[in-house]
Design a protein around this ligand. Structure first.
Ligand code: FAD
Ligand code: UDP
Length: 375
């Protein structure tokens, strides 16, 4: 292939969507590279040595309210209907998470029947806050201190290595609080899993004669010339961490596979959360719930949060935001480089938000252009 017009660094959702749009709509030659030995970024899935389809970087459930995003991705995959459910292990008792009426009745031996009764329960315990300054505020202002301590504080301290009071309110506010008995983890209109998995979706996204994909390749080792760069890696890495390293939270997984001769499942739901700090992991995922795979074995992932390892999560707190802004100011002045995705924008984004961001970035940078010069 001759030198590409555009190089895309990172073959996750941000990079793959940008590459697809640039090739399919603008007719430009795109080279996509990733330092990992596979495409799909953190959404990568593959069969393990037991033949069980797992998500290598932790459970990924697709959900969105943006029809534009589900319509776009539907061009590259069929879907399998799946509504995600999570139970929290509180002293050996499994209760629905997010908190709902069933959670309260199970934890407190109550028989609350109406939403009004549940709301009154919360109102009697909620702590008044003028402003939600952090994730502790976000929870205690809704459900009070006891539920916060039972279900949020320990989990959050393990997940982030920080107290909820040190994290942006948005982190714990991702989890809704319900007064009915809806026990789905997400409330979005569209909740599905790609029928053949995420990697297959990415293979179709990137299957275009103008797109070349090279995995196991570092940006620093690239010798090609190009007109435009799309950067979906960590923004501080692009600038050699000149203002200091942005913190990212990582994860380590322990895997357990057990025989399931009749195709049975090991857990009642896909994910069991462990909010207690007495347990070192945060959650246990059984992938066959997510994938629908019927198989003679089932694989569980025990998730151990870690400060070391691949960047999985930007850490939303004020000082990190301030540091990011210094890099973002450099990025705004950059000619011929587009920064997009969870690591390049240092935002705690779900997959659908990354797809929406990439579609918007494509339009902003390439959509209005007429010539092939895309700076
Ligand atoms: P990534 O997927 O991280 O892709 C960036 C890629 O760039 C990586 O593959 C990396 O190897 C590559 N790269 C970086 N720097 C370089 C370089 N210098 N040279 C070469 N390659 C480079 N979202 C949901 O919607 N639902 C979920 O249930 C969900 N669960 C999640 C669970 C976990 C454990 C995690 C960590 C995230 C979850 N997400 C979920 C979020 C989802 O993973 C992200 O929104 C999405 O994958 C981000 O895509 P991206 O392309 O921005 O980044
Ligand atoms: N959280 C918690 N207890 C739970 C589930 C979530 O305290 O049982 C908090 C925790 O801080 C977590 C955040 O809410 O990081 C967001 O949860 P989510 O399940 O959305 O996290 P992700 O799937 O992105 O890891």
């Amino acid at each position: 292939m001759p030198d590409p017009d555009v190089v895309v660094v990172g073959a996750g959702f941000a990079g793959a969507v940008m590459a697809e749009r640039i090739a399919a709509v603008r007719g430009l030659r795109v080279l996509v590279i990733d330092r990992r030995d596979h495409i799909a970024g953190n959404a990568f899935d593959a069969r393990d040595q037991h033949g069980v389809l797992i998500h290598r970087y932790g459970p990924h459930i697709f959900h969105t309210n943006a029809a534009k995003v589900s319509d776009y991705l539907s061009r590259f995959t069929e879907w399998r209907a799946y509504e995600h459910r999570v139970l929290a292990d509180v002293g050996g008792r499994l209760v629905p998470m997010p908190i709902n009426r069933t959670t309260l009745n199970a934890l407190y031996g109550l028989s609350l029947r109406s939403s009004d009764e549940v709301q009154a329960f919360f109102d009697a315990r909620a702590e008044r806050r003028e402003r939600l300054e952090n994730s502790e505020d976000a929870v205690v202002a809704k459900v009070g201190r006891e539920l916060y301590e039972t279900l949020f504080r320990g989990y959050t301290r393990k997940q982030w290595g920080l107290d909820p009071s040190e994290l942006h309110a948005q982190v714990c506010a991702r989890i809704p609080v319900r007064t009915n008995d809806d026990d789905r983890y997400f409330g979005d209109a569209f909740q599905c899993m790609p029928a053949d998995g995420y990697t297959a979706l990415f293979e179709r996204l990137l299957d275009h004669p103008l797109i070349e994909v090279r995995t196991g390749v570092e940006f620093a080792d690239l010798r090609e010339r190009y007109d435009h760069l799309v950067w979906t890696g960590p923004i501080d890495e692009y600038y050699d961490r000149r203002f200091g390293a942005l913190p990212y939270r990582s994860l380590r997984f322990e895997t357990e596979t057990r025989a399931t001769p009749s195709g049975e499942l090991l857990q009642p739901v896909a994910v069991i959360n462990h909010p207690s700090e007495d347990v070192p992991y945060t959650r246990v995922t059984e992938y066959r719930h997510l994938t629908g795979q019927v198989h003679g074995a089932s694989t569980l992932h025990y998730e151990y949060p870690s400060a070391e390892g691949d960047p999985y999560y930007p850490v939303p707190r004020p000082e990190n935001r301030a540091l990011y802004q210094r890099y973002a100011a450099l990025a705004a002045r950059e000619k011929g480089v587009t920064f997009v995705g969870r690591l390049a924008r240092y935002q705690y984004l779900n997959m659908d938000q990354v797809v929406a961001q990439a579609l918007a970035a494509f339009t902003a940078v390439f959509g209005a252009e007429r010539s092939r010069a895309v700076h």
